[in-house]
Design a binder for this molecule. Structure first.
Ligand SMILES: [Zn+2]
Length: 191
């Protein structure tokens, strides 16, 4: 099971402050601790530049097919329903929100099947991959997904936007995904 993917080498760090938002001093990289940590030498401000937490979801139907969506951004190729975990959300609730926004479906998460790190040119992500079955709604593309389709194991895998999605979907169809159970105590939707 592969868990590290380099989509494109990390380049820009355009989201870093040049001046301290607390005191206005010029900011420098603190090489003593980590290259990616920006520390103000005049006050206690530190800007962390961390990978972004995401969820992606393998949604199965009763025929064993998996739902993928065509993206409105990037190369406009196909991906598993996915997105960033927002402020105030846990990863399960983020998964419910993203699935609802992008597919119109309500799901029950069954297992956590993988965790992957992705490197992109402008940021890095850590993706918790969930497996889910449908409990409500009807498939309707929305948000940053323009089209949905069900795929099965013999369908071609060349059109995925992300290498990780292709890998995970192949592992799913070949029966190589195991996983850990979901702790539902803090799940607020789609039980
Ligand atoms: Zn400062």
């Amino acid at each position: 099971m592969k868990q590290f993917f380099k989509e494109s080498p990390r380049q820009s760090k355009s989201n870093q402050f040049k001046y301290c938002p607390q005191c206005g001093s010029s900011l420098t990289t603190n090489h003593r601790k980590a290259e990616n940590k920006i520390k103000c030498n005049n006050c206690d401000f530190i800007q962390y530049s961390n990978p972004l937490p995401c969820v992606s979801v393998i949604i199965k139907n009763n025929d064993g097919r998996v739902l993928i969506g065509r993206r409105i951004t990037g190369k406009k190729l196909w991906c598993l329903p996915c997105g960033f975990v927002e402020d105030g959300e846990n990863f399960l609730n983020a998964g419910h929100r993203e699935v609802k926004e992008e597919t119109g479906l309500e799901v029950r998460f069954e297992r956590i099947v993988n965790v992957v790190s992705n490197e992109f040119s402008s940021f890095e992500s850590i993706v918790i991959v969930l497996e889910a079955k449908i409990i409500g709604g009807s498939p309707t593309a929305g948000d940053d997904i323009t089209e949905l389709k069900w795929i099965q194991s013999q369908d071609c895998f060349e059109e995925f936007e992300f290498t990780a999605d292709k890998h995970i979907t192949e592992k799913h169809f070949s029966g190589h995904l195991s996983g850990i159970l979901i702790d539902r105590r803090y799940e607020t939707k789609g039980i």
